[in-house]
Write a new protein. Sequence first.
Length: 255
Amino acid sequence: MNKALIIFGSKTDEKVYNEIAKELKKQKVVFDLRISSAHKTPEDVDKTLENDYAVVIAGAGLAAHLPGVAAARTLRPVIGVPCEGNYQGLDALLAIAQMPPGVPVLAVGVNKGNVAAENCAKMMKKYSSITILGDKNNDAVKKAVETLKKFVIVPNFSNKPNPNTVNIEFTYFDEPVEKKDELVIYCPLLLDKDDKAEASLNLLKHTSHGLWVGLNNGINAAVAAVEIMNIDNEFEEQLTTYRREIGKKVLDTNK
């Protein structure tokens, strides 16, 4: 039976993780709940993630490293829940969404435990294809397509999401983002001239629903989609190889 993990960094976030637990019970998703800190109990976090969970929902506030640490330890999709602390939770949201290419976390909005649970339930089914909503000529879209090729996946392109696929939607912040019932990974886009600190407030504004990767990060949108499709271990070997290769590139710079 597929099982989810809810892991949060502090009991102070219990209002958020209790909401997730309540919603998962409603959706009949089996789960474990663990409080463990990426900074204070790193060994316990590692031990917990050794278990084979289908989806990990990780939440934290402030620096919010826990979701990223979880993503580095598993090949399963990680949903990151930023908890409000300072700056209305903007610091946590950015820490969770702005992951380096190749190691994605799917961020929800600040304190949006219900959104995390709803999407976790959607991930518990098997998806066999990916639909992209976006301009084929956009650089982020191109990187997503190139990344999917590494996994021998050819995505479909459409102007609307498909309920039977994992959907990746590329969207500018000046466009309205309509709430959708389908499983959708949003990749926000910005023009170069708009890439200023103030623009991060748009991420805070638009993440009331959906799953989000970092700015222009088509690579992470693609890898996250493959991780979702890996519920039956179909892509386990390829994901392991991919992680090994991107890690090798980092270490090779020391030679």
